[in-house]
Design a protein around this ligand. Structure first.
Ligand code: NAI
Ligand code: MG
Length: 363
């Protein structure tokens, strides 16, 4: 089958790392291994420069029509002064909102060749392979009321509201359980049911979904604070972790540092399955930003971007075996001692973005 992809490189190193995805796609097409049809669009500062918006309606229509959106990174000092609604991040937020991307998947994988660049000891992280599933469209970041009120006595009061409905917890739970079935069959749900009503409901709904539909998967519950402690103490106990927007934001950043550089971390964001087509909207992007400090120098690590494309192969395009091959190629290139500057260490060879991309493609 032919797969329709929308490539949105964005700004700064976004364009540099996306070029390596294009290299891989061209190679796969030429070799007859896969058939990709790609469209390209502008997002972030690049879209603002062309059209005075962070993403155009025409690009959004392409996103809606694609099997997966592959996103680079947006932003940079050049656009610091643009109107709020047209700021680069607005493009990313519109994509997430209009595509209904409620599930954010952040794997934390420790390649053996990089185990010494982790914040933790080698034996704690070597072979680590966990998946954090963060709820992305609900919770305290979006709940109303959200206000700052002047109390008139020299005091102000700030209010954020954490809200979750049953359906939101059910659908994120299903994403986590489905993933676990393809991995090591274990889900750990994290909340704070001891002090939060949303934690009580979260725990109840995740348990109900499990008991009703996923009895074959092992389910554990941890409080999010001690869960965070366990994440740095003994991370290999986890397979899939499912948690809300706020805790997921923090826990996934913590997990990221178990595995080394920002330049190594991919992510996926998934929407609901369309009842008619059986497909779901999805977007794949590296965790890092546009890195203005190294942009244009050919120094950026393309692994996070390529591994994000690998997640697209696995989760949207039904090409898990090819995704495995890509992961193996990345591990093999690292094992040979080839490194971009961000992950260099004693005795390794530093190469450029395009040399790294080429090494992975030809591996
Ligand atoms: P950043 O992730 O762009 O960079 C942080 C540090 O990590 C920098 O020193 C950078 O050189 C390094 N780095 C990041 N990715 C790398 C890679 N692939 N290879 C080698 N080194 C890498 O975050 P920062 O500096 O906070 O933000 C820069 C711009 O990016 C800002 O405009 C920010 O708003 C935007 N941003 C965009 C995101 C997105 O598009 N999803 C996410 C985070 C930030
Ligand atoms: Mg964060």
């Amino acid at each position: 089958a032919t797969h329709k992809l929308l490539l949105l490189p964005g700004d700064g190193i976004g364009t540099e790392v996306m070029a390596e995805v294009s290299r891989l796609i061209d190679w796969l097409n030429k070799a007859g291994i896969a058939s990709f049809e790609t469209e390209h669009g502008l997002v972030g500062g690049a879209a603002y420069d062309a059209d005075k918006v962070a993403i155009t309606d025409a690009t959004m229509a392409l996103a809606q029509a694609s099997d997966a959106v592959i996103f680079g990174a947006v932003g940079g000092p050049k656009w610091d002064g643009v109107p709020y609604d047209a700021r680069p991040e607005a493009g990313l937020l519109r994509l997430r909102k209009d595509l209904g991307l409620f599930a954010n998947l952040r794997p934390a994988v420790c390649y053996p060749a990089l185990a010494d660049s982790s914040s933790l000891k080698r034996d704690v992280v070597e072979g680590l392979d966990i998946m954090i599933v963060r709820e992305l469209t609900g919770g305290v970041y979006f709940g109303e009321p959200k206000t700052i009120t002047d109390l008139g006595n020299g005091q102000k009061r700030a209010v954020d509201t954490q809200v979750y409905d049953t359906y939101e917890i059910e659908r994120i739970g299903r994403v986590a359980f489905d993933l676990a079935r393809k991995r090591r069959n274990k889900v750990t749900s994290m909340e704070k049911r001891n002090v939060m009503k949303t934690g009580v409901l979260w725990n109840e709904v995740i348990t109900a979904v499990h008991d009703r539909e996923y009895k074959d998967v092992q389910l554990d519950h941890q409080l999010a604070d001690s869960g965070g402690m366990n994440l740095v103490k003994w991370p290999k106990q986890f397979d899939v972790i499912v948690t809300d927007n706020l805790f997921g934001d923090m826990l996934s950043d913590i997990a990221a540092m178990l595995t080394g550089s920002l330049g190594m971390l991919p992510s996926a964001s998934l929407g609901e399955v369309d009842a008619k087509t059986g497909k779901r909207k999805s977007m794949y992007e590296p965790v890092h930003g546009s890195a203005p400090d190294i942009a244009g120098k050919g120094m950026a690590n393309p692994v996070a971007m390529l591994a994000s494309f690998g997640m697209a192969l696995r989760y949207s395009l039904d090409m898990g075996a090819l995704a495995d091959k890509l992961d193996e190629a990345i591990a093999a290139v690292l094992a040979k001692g080839l490194r971009t500057a961000d992950i260099k260490s004693e005795g390794t060879t530093v190469i450029s973005t395009s040399q790294m991309g080429e090494a992975i493609v030809t591996e």
